[in-house]
Ligand binder design. Structure first.
Ligand code: FAD
Ligand code: NAI
Length: 445
């Protein structure tokens, strides 16, 4: 059996390793247009903000490791067409050499691409995106220029907030713009986003919300020097666009069923509408247990899991994904926030009628004087069924591991009432006897 994998980043790597490690008879061909693989984009802001020594540790594998396992791997090689009828991938190397590769099964792991704001001035120098390692390098280089004093970040989602922090840590004036009236609007409800907005402002980031950029202007050398919005004109020396990702799924768009954003629609085994073609990671849809429907969530965690699922199914072991909750987290200037499932706001957008319960308390009993910070929790549940559909937590303590339990609760359709008397251990070094999870659940109407 010969399997071709297009795209060798997180999803493609997970599929390839699953096949190579578990199905020795498989012939694996991996193709990627990039010169590197396994780059953890999540580390870009840490590196650019000088919170880690450099970028070297942000790669967790390389092409030699795949060759050693027996795969054939072509880097800097672009697939420009797939002939689904003849089960052939048409590829072109960086030297212009064109060649065909046939397959029995195909796994498309072509990922996502940043959404480009289609506004005047979008092609000026000094305007950046943050997806590839090379784009991180370009941002880092530009930020090292002495004449770059003011950085505009367009989009205050996860990438925007993280790179705004990094630019501030590099001593820049930072202007953060978003079309919504808060940061992180698609992940948290207002009570939580307000905490992050204050945190950003307290650390010197100038917030411009409900203020999308409408144009960029440049100097005589063609370098951006102004951001224009409906509310004003701002002098800037550099722009970073981070207004979201969309699926990079052009290769199969005329042959495979696609979602409203173009992603390949897949079933729980990652199979597309073609029996011999699987799609994994950011180029594919995913099943959300919170909304109980197919959706699109671009995360490395989902990419890895979907790659494992596809690998086993292609290898011959039927394995269905349990679906996801879109669990995610962020840490900015020491404020940590984690969420899973849907917020109250997102429930409204999905026409799901919900209630919520919340609680705020110190992590540990008040007699613990050191490292004892406030924790804010909100649990969102469906009004009629009382099924838990989301949770959000914020603290300056590391409370991140709590979110996994809520992820499991959503996956397993537990109700808010089942949480009330859940056995949660107590030790003052860690937590309180009247735990905030228990207290929030007991308060649920
Ligand atoms: C700055 C940043 C920070 C992030 N932080 C986090 C985080 O903290 N947590 C988290 O879970 N997620 C995070 N993400 C999201 C995460 O990186 C993506 O969800 C993940 O990369 C998706 O993996 P993927 O393999 O599906 O796609 P991609 O990473 O997009 O990889 C797709 C691969 O396909 C190749 N390719 C595409 N088309 C072709 C073609 N025609 N021919 C050959 N090769 C092709 C590309 O070169 C690429 O290597 C972050 C993303 C960024 C950019
Ligand atoms: N910590 C994590 O888990 C991280 C995850 N990622 C993932 O990578 C993907 C891409 O990240 P982002 O680009 O930050 O997307 P995002 O979806 O997190 O945020 C995009 C932001 O841009 C705003 N926006 C949209 N159009 C706009 C416009 N025209 N003008 C101004 N603002 C506009 C939105 O309101 C939103 O706040 C996401 O799926 C994200 O979850 C990225 C970084 C870190």
């Amino acid at each position: 059996m010969k399997t071709v994998i297009i795209g060798t980043n997180h999803a493609g790597i997970a599929a390839a390793n699953t096949l190579l490690d578990n199905y020795p008879d498989q012939e694996i061909v991996m193709i990627d247009r990039n010169s590197n693989l396994s780059y953890l984009g999540c580390g870009t802001a840490l590196w650019v903000g000088r919170q880690i020594d450099g970028y070297e540790g942000l790669f967790y594998t390389n092409e030699e490791q795949f060759r050693a396992k027996g795969a054939e791997i072509f880097m800097e090689t672009e697939v420009d067409k797939i002939d689904f009828d003849n089960k052939t991938v048409k590829a072109k190397s960086k030297d212009g050499e064109e060649f065909d590769v046939t397959y029995d099964k195909l796994i498309i792991a072509s990922g996502s691409k940043p959404i480009i704001p289609n506004i005047p001035g979008k092609d000026l120098d000094g305007i950046h995106f943050l997806k590839l390692f090379q784009e991180g390098q370009a941002v880092d280089k530009d930020m090292s220029r002495d004449d770059v004093k003011t950085v505009a970040v367009i989009g205050a989602g996860y990438i925007g907030v993280e790179i705004a922090e990094a630019a501030r840590r590099r001593g820049k004036n930072v202007l953060l713009f978003d079309a919504e009236d808060t940061s992180l609007a698609s992940y948290y409800d207002e009570d939580f986003t307000k905490l992050m907005d204050k945190n950003l402002a307290d650390n010197g980031i100038e917030l411009h919300f409900s203020e999308p950029a409408t144009a960029y202007e440049g100097d005589a050398n063609g370098r951006v020097n102004k951001v224009i919005t409906g509310k004003g004109t701002y002098d800037v020396d550099m722009v970073i666009n981070s207004i979201g990702f969309t699926a990079n799924a052009d290769l199969g768009k005329d042959s495979l069923d696609t979602f409203r954003n173009g992603a390949y629609i897949v079933d729980r085994t990652q199979k597309t509408s073609n029996d011999d073609v699987y799609a994994v990671g950011d180029c594919a849809t995913i099943y959300s247990n919170a909304i109980q429907d197919t959706t699109y969530i671009a995360l490395a965690s989902n990419a890895v899991r979907s790659g494992i699922v596809a690998g086993h199914n292609v290898g011959g072991t039927k394995l269905e994904s349990p679906g996801v909750q879109g669990s995610n987290g962020i840490d900015i200037f020491g404020l940590g926030m984690v969420s899973t499932g849907i917020s109250v706001k997102a429930a409204g957008k999905n026409n799901i009628e919900v209630l919520y319960t919340e609680y705020e308390d110190l992590q540990k009993p008040s007699f613990i004087k050191d490292d004892n910070k406030l924790v804010k929790i909100r649990i969102v549940y469906e009004k009629d069924s009382r099924r838990i559909v989301g949770a959000q937590l914020a603290s300056r303590e590391d409370i991140s591991a709590n979110i996994h339990m809520f992820s499991l609760a959503i996956q397993e359709k537990l109700t808010i009432d089942q949480l009330q008397l859940l056995d949660i251990f107590f030790l003052p070094h860690f937590n309180q006897p009247y735990n905030y999870i228990t207290m929030a659940a007991l308060k649920a109407k």
